[in-house]
Design a protein around this ligand. Structure first.
Ligand code: F6P
Length: 500
């Protein structure tokens, strides 16, 4: 059978401004409204021809079958022989997995009720320790949605650099702090060391039973028990929920505590709305699918090595970091599910920042540089602050102006003052920044990653690439006679001493 990628490679498209003229229905066709979000893909080079070619590719790769396998709890994570059941956390999955997730959520809720009833004494501060998927989601959501909340003061500490923990505990009173240790494996070295230091800080601060003030969030309860945490304060989640997809599980505990249980439920329901959209909408009317077609076009046909994400909203300032893990840890792969070289570019390098700051820092390159960088703008119609609406108006005006300028370009007699234009962007416009909308937005990104992986034939759910560095760090730490290269040896000797 002919590889449908050949059709994608051959499909015709035109400059963006020409596409708007030759395809009159374009704005409607490439605009999708779902869960309080408008996705506008019309300023990309996705032509009618390209869209049909990608549809054929999706069919050949059996995207519909892969999607069913994902939602029905089949072993889609083939290299690790397990399912990927993050959607079951929001009620969309195999009935037994959904029931298990509900049970775990009920445990979470009961513990939150107990904390609120002061079963642990008065709690004012939440010190959440975790890294990667055990930190980025809670950090993003609490920063985005907890700005007005005076329920608890929260710190998410991930880096093993002591400066990170010191900064957080410097603001907190150990007597009124709840220590949350989040780790799927409960073996991650950075998290374990930070947790030990936080416990010591509590002990030295006069807490009689520091371990009694710890909540563990993990898929490895045995490890947490071995660490010294009582079973009643361990909130488990399923092994089949991947670390970077775990926000919906008990890893979301600090979100539910800081924002309230109702907000957490709304977050799950928003994500479930996107799950249903992804499962049921036709491919060409499906936001994660169209987004993945756009990703593949620029990465594979136009050789774009990066994608930039700019949040035109302070509340969403941590979104780019969240997406970096989700996308690059998932799809930064070189082999297919069958272990063959993948033969084409996989995940782009995802980077970004906040608008309007980024306009005064990196946008020069986007408008006139030599790299093609597909840009994603994310903004919300409703502001949260109490200052004059003109702030928000200016923010949105700037966001929309950048997309228009990238596309239109401008000729001038002076080459230094010319803008080539025809530079693509996607705009994601939220009605508002609330738990349901952010739930839907994050689920959109999860499914987009999945569709990209299916089109490429790779497994988005393992992450063996992070292991070698961990092994070498262990070898250096243990001074176990591993024969390091001269450069590494010299660095170790200079900074840590010959015998480290
Ligand atoms: O090293 C990568 C990684 O395994 C991520 O996939 C994960 O989110 C992070 O480390 C933290 O792992 P854990 O939750 O097991 O501490």
């Amino acid at each position: 059978m002919k590889d449908a990628w050949a059709d994608v490679e051959k499909a015709e498209t035109q400059p963006l401004t020409a596409l708007f003229k030759s395809e009159p229905g374009r704005l409607a066709r490439l605009g999708i409204e779902e869960a309080g979000i408008r996705f506008d893909f019309s300023k990309t080079h996705l032509s009618d021809g390209l869209l049909s070619a990608f549809e054929r590719l999706a069919e050949q790769r059996d995207l519909a079958g892969a999607r069913d396998a994902l939602f029905s709890g089949k072993q889609v994570n083939v290299t690790e022989g397990r399912a990927a059941e993050h959607s079951a956390e929001r009620g969309q999955g195999a009935p037994e997995s959904v029931a298990r997730a509900r049970g775990f959520h009920a445990r979470m809720r009961a513990l939150i009720d107990a904390i609120e009833a002061e079963a642990f004494g008065p709690i004012r501060h939440i010190l959440h320790i975790g890294i990667g998927g055990s930190a980025l989601g809670p950090d993003f959501l609490i920063d985005a949605l907890g700005r007005d909340s005076d329920r608890y003061e929260t710190a998410v500490v991930s880096n093993v650099d002591g400066a990170a923990l010191e900064e957080a505990i410097g603001r907190f009173d150990p007597m009124t702090t709840l220590l949350v240790i989040a780790s799927k494996t409960f073996t991650t070295s950075e998290t374990m060391l930070n947790a030990q230091s936080a416990l010591l800080w509590m002990e030295q601060g006069g807490v009689a039973d520091p371990y009694g003030r710890v909540i563990a969030l993990t898929a490895s309860p045995d490890q947490a028990i071995e660490f010294g945490i009582d079973e009643t304060r361990i909130l488990p989640f399923a092994e089949t929920v991947g670390g970077r997809y775990s926000l919906w599980s008990s890893i979301g505990f600090p979100v539910a505590l800081a924002l309230g249980w109702q907000a957490f439920e709304e977050l799950l329901e928003g994500a479930a709305t996107m799950d249903r959209h992804f499962r049921l909408a036709p491919l060409t009317d499906n936001a994660p699918v169209l987004a993945a077609f756009v990703d593949r076009y620029y990465a594979n046909i136009r050789a774009a090595q990066t994608r930039a994400v700019f949040a035109y909203d302070e509340r969403l300032r941590l979104l780019p970091s969240y997406l970096q893990q989700l996308e690059m840890e998932s799809n930064g792969k070189s082999v297919t599910v069958d272990g063959e070289p993948v033969g084409r570019a996989t995940s782009p390098i995802v980077w970004g920042g906040v608008g309007t700051d980024a306009q005064h820092a990196v946008f020069q390159l986007l408008h006139q540089g030599t790299h093609l960088v597909p840009v994603e703008f994310i903004a919300a119609i409703e502001p949260e602050h109490d200052l004059a609406f003109d702030h928000h108006r200016q923010l949105l005006i700037n966001c929309f102006a950048q997309g228009a300028a990238l596309m239109a370009g401008k000729e001038a007699d002076d080459p230094a003052r010319s803008y080539p234009g025809d530079r693509p962007s996607t705009t994601i416009l939220l009605d508002r920044v609330d738990p349901a909308t952010l739930g839907a937005l994050i689920a959109f990104y999860e499914h987009r990653v999945f569709v990209n992986a299916v089109l490429l034939g790779i497994n988005p759910f393992d992450q063996f690439g992070v292991e070698l560095g961990k092994q070498i760090a262990k070898a250096i730490d243990g001074d176990d006679g591993f024969d390091f290269d001269p450069s590494t040896k010299a660095l170790i000797e200079r900074a840590l001493g010959a015998a480290n």
